[in-house]
Design a protein around this ligand. Sequence first.
Ligand code: ZN
Length: 222
Amino acid sequence: MSAALASSAPEPMRPGPVGRWIDTADDQRWWFDPGCPSLDFAYSGAFAPVMDGRRTTSDEWELLRSPAALAAWLGERFSAIDATCAEHELRDALTLREAIANLTYAALGGHPLAARDVDVVNLYASTPDLPPVLPGGGRQAGRGRARASQALSAIARDAVALFGSDARDRLRECAADDCSLVYLDVSRSRNRRWCSMQRCGNRAKVRAHRARHRDAGQPAGS
Ligand SMILES: [Zn+2]
């Protein structure tokens, strides 16, 4: 994963409720939709398999560097969330995120899920999540703004749904040789191959196009 988050460029509109912008060294910005909220959360930081007992990480991917950054990340995805986060909520978030990352690679590799990771996800899922709201009422029910812990619970519950069902069989790694992004294939035809059509899908198309022209003995043009 040789990608870095843009430092000061303005954030364009988010194309979907789940996902993040990724900027690569060749000045390309593309949208990565990992397919579900828990994977989206895992990708708020570097997220790679554990090698030799440690996860290979790239600090450039880290979005949650402070409680304020966590509040901003949650605020983009959960409209009813309190705009402030405390240090302990950031610690909770990073603990949950690590467990989801571990479970993802275990499920992807067909390995058993480690009890300690399952325990972490279950712990956060056991707390109150975000209540559903029917619009059109005349008064406020319950607390005005939801706390970060409720959003973390919602994310943990998504992880329970993902890893506790056949859905985990639809976890895929991008088909590009030089890309290890993981996503949940929620396409109807179950044939999503790329982290992003804009990125790896397009690169594969260009390569195939060039190979066809090479085989035909013609210049590939653009
Ligand atoms: Zn890819």
